[in-house]
Design a protein around this ligand. Structure first.
Ligand SMILES: Cc1ncc(C[n+]2csc(CCOP(=O)(O)OP(=O)(O)O)c2C)c(N)n1
Length: 566
């Protein structure tokens, strides 16, 4: 037991969690904590907007696999975090958000900068804490980190009234915490594993489907080994890119609205689907009733509430993806006599690939500057380099054309689809992995939402590279208005956009404009070596559209290869 203030206890508890960096903005209600941070040795990155602070913590978490921490004051500071917290929640990213609250006696009295952030975030956090006594802080923070990082990861909020931060108490820092009613099941039931092995062995057309859960539990190796043993093609979700190397011969890429044509075609032909750490989101499956109609579906997930939520499955397995896949692999290996290299299934996959290639004649996307830039980034960025994206057409182009080779090198907002996420997330990723190059692929609309984080990069010496595919419009929405609303462009074209080169320079960053692929290559190589954040503005044609795609409300089989089919 040691006597200290609540604020001292917060910082001590963070140190005990090995927190080396926090992203945030101070204000009246969290000043005691910021005062303790002053000489704590923890790096405190001063953000320019709390939304970005939460995205930075999220990017840090996704790149490193550790918990990211963000901080805000009460009221508007706390509400500004909300989009970032919801983004992390939808993509199961472990962050701890610490907010200041008005003093206890003022709660519920409409005090200055008071907001019920616990009430507001209950639906978008895994859990929330509001310590009402200073002595509760050490265990509440310990629990917050434990809950955020175990089971299905997610955001946890700790809201601390200002006078609790100032109060002195005898503190006890627990080494371990147990929480009643919270016991994530890590080890799968052996009978279910055995049944999965039976199903996979009796399948003629098995497909593996990897989601964010494979990345979160670092299950890449057993996932790959099962695919190779079964000679089964692998598809992923959008967030699951990186679960399996996309340059592997068995990889077909992601399924879904903007998945690859071959992945969308083949998954529907499966007679057995091993779905790992996916949530069967409508964006991936299209119409639920038309998704994999003939397949026996095995669903592995650590979160039991995911099982059967959107799609009935034949074999649920609750467990950690890595532990479960390792067990499935061991049992499969013991029972497989020979690999199925020239099975009819492998021949069929080849056939579909060739057919898609022929159809791709309709798809002019290979000639588009956006796609050329994305392929060039892949060519020039080492496999361990990290790409974050914003949300829009550029993201969907990247979903199809950017091959993710290594785990945790692809960071994008999939569940919430948050514009303005990618740039701050790239900053968090670079802080987590300073020695690897980090690039944010942006649309001009998205970048304008959080561009003020350029100041953070310059001040803190965080040299990320931002590539803007600049179509001077809200491109994704414009494409939909072009296709589904008869070219009635309602509030999607920007009459005025900043000159991004001069905008970057105004912040003390480097700005470069590239109008050809050759210019881009030069600018990008230069940016990779730069010690200052660089913004490369690439003007592109607003009418470069993303194909193939599955229209909303359709099944995956209704994929469109090009505008000719509309
Ligand atoms: C915060 C937020 N607001 C609105 C949307 C809806 N939305 C989805 S894509 C998009 C356009 C994105 O434009 P831009 O960032 O320029 O990328 P582009 O599509 O042009 O590549 C919009 C407005 C969103 N996803 N997020």
């Amino acid at each position: 037991m040691v006597e200290m203030t609540g604020a001292e206890a917060v910082v001590e508890a963070l140190k005990r969690e090995d927190v080396s960096v926090i992203f945030g903005i101070p204000g009246g209600a969290n000043l005691p904590i910021y005062d303790e941070l002053y000489d704590s040795g923890i790096r405190s990155i001063l953000c320019r907007h709390e939304q970005s602070a939460a995205h930075m913590a999220d990017g840090y978490a996704r790149a490193s696999g550790r918990v990211g921490v963000c901080m805000a004051t009460s009221g508007p500071g706390a509400t500004n975090l909300v989009t970032g917290i919801a983004t992390a929640y939808m993509d199961s990213s472990p962050i701890v958000a610490i907010t200041g609250q008005v003093p206890r006696a003022m709660i519920g009295r409409d005090a200055f900068q008071e907001v019920d952030i616990i009430g507001i975030t209950t639906a978008i956090t895994k859990y929330t804490f509001q310590p009402m006594k200073a002595e509760d802080i050490p265990s509440d923070i310990k629990k917050a980190f434990y809950i955020a990082s175990t089971g299905r990861p997610g955001p946890v909020l700790v809201d601390i009234p200002k006078d609790v931060q100032q109060e002195k108490a005898e503190m006890e820092f627990p080494e371990r915490v147990t929480i009643r009613g919270y016991k994530p099941v890590v080890t799968p039931h052996p009978l279910q594993v055995e049944k999965a092995v039976d199903l996979l062995l009796s399948a003629e057309r098995p497909v593996l489907w990897g989601g964010g859960g494979v990345n979160l539990s670092n299950a890449h190796e057993p996932f790959r080994k099962i695919a190779e043993l079964l000679m089964a093609p692998v598809v992923t979700t959008l967030i699951g890119k990186g679960a399996f190397p996309e340059n592997h011969p068995l990889s077909l890429g992601p399924i879904g609205m903007h998945g690859t044509a071959e992945a969308n075609r083949i998954v529907l032909e499966a007679d057995c689907l091993l779905a790992v750490g996916v949530r069967f989101s409508d964006r991936s499956t299209g119409r639920f009733d038309e998704f994999c109609p003939d397949a026996k579906i095995i669903h592995v997930d650590i979160d039991p509430s995911e099982i059967g939520k959107n799609k009935k499955v034949h074999l649920p397995i609750v467990g950690d993806a890595k532990v479960t896949l390792e067990q499935i692999y061991e049992r499969l290996r013991a029972r497989i006599a020979q690999q199925r290299e020239d099975s009819p299934w492998m021949k069929r996959i080849q056939e579909v690939r060739e057919e898609v290639r022929r159809n791709a004649k309709l798809d002019s996307s290979n000639n588009l500057l956006s796609v050329q830039v994305i392929k060039k980034i892949r060519e020039l960025l080492p496999p361990e380099g990290i790409l974050t994206t914003e949300v829009g057409k550029h993201q969907m182009f990247a979903e199809i054309h950017y091959k993710v080779i290594k785990p945790r090198t692809w960071i994008t907002s999939t569940g919430l689809g948050t514009m303005g996420f990618g740039f701050p997330a790239s900053i968090g990723a670079k802080v987590a992995k300073p020695s690897v190059p980090v690039v944010d692929l942006a649309g001009d609309g998205s970048f304008c939402m959080t561009e003020n984080s350029l100041a953070v990069c310059v001040e803190e010496g965080i040299p990320v590279v931002v590539v803007i595919l600049d179509n001077r419009s809200l491109g994704m929405v414009e494409q939909w208005q072009r296709i589904f609303y008869n070219r009635r462009y309602s509030s999607v074209r920007f009459g005025s956009t900043p000159d991004f080169v001069r905008l970057a320079e105004a912040y003390g960053a480097v700005g470069i404009r590239a109008t050809t692929i050759e210019d881009f290559e030069k600018a990008f190589n230069h940016a990779l070596l730069s010690e200052v954040v660089t913004v490369i503005d690439v003007p592109v044609n607003p009418e470069e559209d993303v194909y193939p795609f599955v229209p909303p409300g359709s099944g995956l089989k209704d994929i469109l290869y090009g505008p000719e089919e509309l």
